[in-house]
Ligand binder design. Structure first.
Ligand code: SPV
Ligand code: MG
Length: 290
């Protein structure tokens, strides 16, 4: 079964896909261990992992390689955040074919111009492409996929760009008409109102996806009550948790002049061995090494 089919099955069975961000195979494995349905191959997280801003600096190849590795190691369907599709509709044709081959279940393409600027930054330069141009990108994505179950998610940044509810709805309708399987609506408002109003006004058939980082009051229960949301993405909690954990640990080691104080607080070496599959290595050594 293809990854897209698997993702669609989760939606059909649970009524909601709950995806958690990851930026590495190890973080993707921890997402699986925690019981989430899918991986959000976040551009923000991978950019942060490389220590660079989320402004189309990380290349498609870097993101693609990580997507492949995360799909392989976690076994979960991966929703790949391909930003603007790395250029125009021609670049989208190439990108979608590559991501499908890499084992992704879905791509999310956003209607900003290339190079993009990260969405949640205050006073960000949020430039959008024309609706017709973005429809061309969605049609290119559909033409490039081999498996019709591979999901094409169209993301509108109309609310992020401050263009209002009317523009967001107009764009979402146009993207569904162009063949998008799902509509991601992003908002940086500090409360869920803006997105809830969009969801209530949404008259299309395509399920909605949201990334409620800016409005953390949004819960799974609240999302389910809205009824039209198919994909809930916890957008950047893997990288933020790791930044915090590393900072605290490094500071304590510097302060105490040694590692004894942190030893019991952080994951044990055995824990990491388990994640790496050392039990399997031992088993294989007995079997194959002569
Ligand atoms: C990401 O995680 O890369 C996203 C979500 O696109 S956000 O950073 O909120 O735009
Ligand atoms: Mg992104």
């Amino acid at each position: 079964m293809g990854a897209g089919t698997k993702l669609r099955q989760i939606l059909a069975q649970n009524g909601l896909i709950e995806a958690m961000a990851a930026h590495s195979p190890l973080s993707a494995m921890l997402v699986a261990e925690a019981g989430f349905d899918a991986i959000w191959a976040s551009g923000f997280e991978l950019s942060a992992l490389y220590g660079v801003p989320d402004v189309s600096v990380v290349s498609m190849t870097q993101h693609l390689d990580m997507t492949r590795a995360m799909a392989e190691r976690s076994g979960l369907p991966v929703v790949a955040d391909i930003d603007t599709g790395f250029g125009n509709a021609i670049n989208v044709l190439y990108a979608v074919a590559q991501y499908e081959r890499a084992g992704a279940a879905a791509v999310v393409i956003e209607d900003k111009s290339f190079p993009k600027v990260t969405s949640l930054i205050a006073d960000g330069r949020q430039e959008m492409v024309r609706i017709e141009e973005f429809q061309g990108k969605i049609e290119a994505a559909r033409a490039a996929r081999r498996d019709p179950d591979f999901l094409i998610v169209a993301r509108t940044e109309a609310l992020i760009a401050g263009l209002g509810q009317g523009e967001a709805l107009k764009r979402a309708r146009a993207y569904e008409a162009a063949g998008a399987d799902m509509i991601l609506v992003h908002s940086k408002q500090k409360t869920p109102d803006e997105v809830e109003a969009f969801v209530k006004a949404w008259d299309g058939k395509a399920p909605i996806a949201i990334v409620p980082t800016a409005y953390p009051q949004m819960t799974v229960a609240r999302v389910r009550a809205l009824d039209k949301i198919g994909l809930l993405i916890w957008g950047n909690h893997a990288i933020r948790a790791s930044v915090q954990a590393m900072r605290e640990t490094f500071a304590q080691i510097r302060e105490e002049g040694g590692i004894a104080g942190v030893d019991r607080r952080i994951a044990s070496v055995e824990d990491v061995f388990d994640l790496q599959g050392m039990a399997r290595v031992k088993h294989d050594e007995k079997r194959f090494l002569r």
